[in-house]
Design a protein around this ligand. Structure first.
Ligand code: ATP
Ligand code: MG
Ligand code: FE
Length: 344
């Protein structure tokens, strides 16, 4: 069956088309440049951009896949979590398509879609698996028993998301927004042991209460203080070294806790997703540590890690394949949809 997926939870307007487990089209329009001068995504600007990009993106995806809208067997859409006004545009478009075509509608959870997208690259998901989801808005460890029905949250960030920390540190270092990819690039020329930055929630006492939780705001503050001190002393800031040292601290904590979660739950498969999963150091460190611990690692290619429509289509295809009940046409977007609610 042919499944079309729509994603509009943040600044990407994504339309993806899959047939079974095969990706046919992944059209993405981003309003990122319009937000850059504000240093963050502006909700109203994002909503308007989705409205303008929706029809062209649908047309582009159909052309890329070589199909007509009338060929689509089911429509899936991100119904949450995300920016309320942005989600609304995708949900309205998906409902219109489902009604117009007379096809089932699946409103799905954005986070579960970040997990399901891996089926397009590596085939059927190992279930149960542990999933580390790291993006600009989320950082969590999940036990995925069934990506279409049962996800058990093990832990999440108690302050900033990992991607948010990358973006804030990038700004401190004078790098463009969104900073993740720039920090990644700078760090390649830096010494990861130049400064030993704090590893949040890894001390004995913290582990007792927050074993699988993350905290990145202390790390961000530590980097800010370090840079400030340097500047006060009138010395240049070694950007590459600070970027590498910061990145090392983030990746160390993420991979350490992910491996610990697999061991504790007796799960042999780890899946990493979300925009930060595009980070080259995170991918390399996860590979090393998983192989040392006898854990199989799956990370989709970078383009599938950041927000896109293909991930929504992939989860919709799983819903259809597993005979899940479609959403009602009264489906409403839920900006704070909990991770445990996979279909709404
Ligand atoms: P959500 O949190 O709802 O999933 P989002 O727009 O933040 O939304 P993504 O597109 O998955 O989701 O992730 C964007 C984030 O990923 C940004 O914070 C960006 O800096 C970060 N990122 C992207 N590439 C890299 C990289 N190579 N290294 C580190 N961070 C990266
Ligand atoms: Mg984004
Ligand atoms: Fe996302």
């Amino acid at each position: 069956p042919l499944v079309l997926g729509i994603e509009t939870s943040c600044d990407e307007t994504g339309v993806g088309i899959v047939r079974g487990g095969t990706l046919l089209a992944d059209a993405i329009a981003s309003s990122l440049e319009e937000h850059a001068r504000f240093g963050g995504v502006v909700p109203e600007v994002a909503s308007r951009a989705h409205l303008e990009a929706m029809v062209p993106s649908l047309e582009r995806a159909c052309a890329e896949a070589g199909v007509r809208l009338a060929d689509v067997d089911a429509v899936a859409v991100t119904s949450g979590p995300g920016l309320a006004g942005a989600l609304l545009v995708g949900v309205a478009a998906a409902k219109a398509l489902a009604i117009g075509l007379g096809r089932p509608l699946y409103g799905v959870n954005h986070l579960a879609a970040h997990v399901a997208v891996d089926t397009l690259e590596h085939g059927p998901l190992p279930e149960p698996c542990v999933s580390l989801l790291v993006s600009g808005g989320h950082s969590s460890l999940l036990l995925v028993e069934d990506v279409t029905g049962t996800v058990d949250p093990l832990g999440s960030t108690i302050d900033d998301a990992a991607g948010e920390a990358f973006d804030k540190v990038a700004r401190l270092l004078g790098l463009p927004f969104p900073g993740g990819p720039y920090v990644d690039r700078e760090a390649k020329a830096g010494d990861p042991a130049y400064v030993v930055f704090p590893r949040g929630l890894t001390g004995q006492r913290d582990l007792a209460r927050h074993r699988f939780d993350f905290s990145f705001s202390g790390l961000k503050t530590a980097v800010a203080r370090w840079v400030e001190t340097r500047e006060q002393q009138g010395q240049p800031v070694p950007v590459a070294d600070v970027a590498a040292s910061f990145q090392e601290a983030v990746c160390d904590v993420l991979t350490r806790k992910a491996v610990d979660a697999c061991r504790t739950r007796g799960v042999d498969d780890l899946l990493i997703g979300g925009g930060v999963a595009a980070n080259s150091r995170l991918r390399a460190m996860a590979e090393e540590r998983c192989s040392a611990a006898g854990i199989r690692l799956r990370v989709p290619r970078p383009k599938l890690c950041t927000d896109n429509g293909a991930m929504v289509a992939a989860l919709g295809a799983q819903m259809l394949a597993r005979g899940r009940t479609p959403s009602s046409l009264d489906l409403v977007a839920d900006s704070s949809l909990p991770v445990t609610t996979i279909a709404s």
